[in-house]
Design a protein around this ligand. Sequence first.
Ligand SMILES: [Zn+2]
Length: 219
Amino acid sequence: MTEADARAAVVQAVQRLDALGLNRGSTGNVSHRWDRDGQGGMLITPTGMGAELTVDDLVHVADDGTVSGRWQPSSEWQFHRAAYRARPDVQAVLHTHAVHATALACLDRPLPPFHYMVAVAGGNDVPLVPYSTFGSEALSDGVARALAQRDACLLAHHGLVTCGATMAQAMKVMVEVESLCQTYLLALPAGEPARLAADEMARVIEKFRHYGRRSRRDV
Ligand SMILES: [Zn+2]
């Protein structure tokens, strides 16, 4: 992948989040890991991003926090860095205030294993990171702890973060978790949905490891 490819992936993700209505106003942010001169780091959307963003608007933030680009990086760049540090396998991080995930996060509740698709985040729940002010070290530490175990986490009274080995994977988890939060919130007024057992969730997680992988059929 070239730097141009990584920049294009970020801009396309911003446009997709906007088209899907997942990015509310200019509150979301998107990054792709990009190592420049062996300093590590990422390409990230600038503060106050909108769908009109171009590849030249992205900002590079090195692992030591050195910023290069014409704009200020997203005010939430620290937890993107924390995610990349916690997960060497991750290439892309997405953050939105998607309405249903955020509504659940405002109830101070994680997403429990009420539906088998919760396993899309890599475990038997989507954990909740306790509230800390945006841009704070405490919030970054909480995100790092949660994403060490999962590909998604809710931020209490704030929103949703997802990550993936590719931008497409991080986007898939974002779309799915937001949809699951909507379903969960719809079910809640009729009573707390029953939870799938841990061994069933483990079975689904194992199936997901193989599901969707292209494999040739012997005919
Ligand atoms: Zn936010």
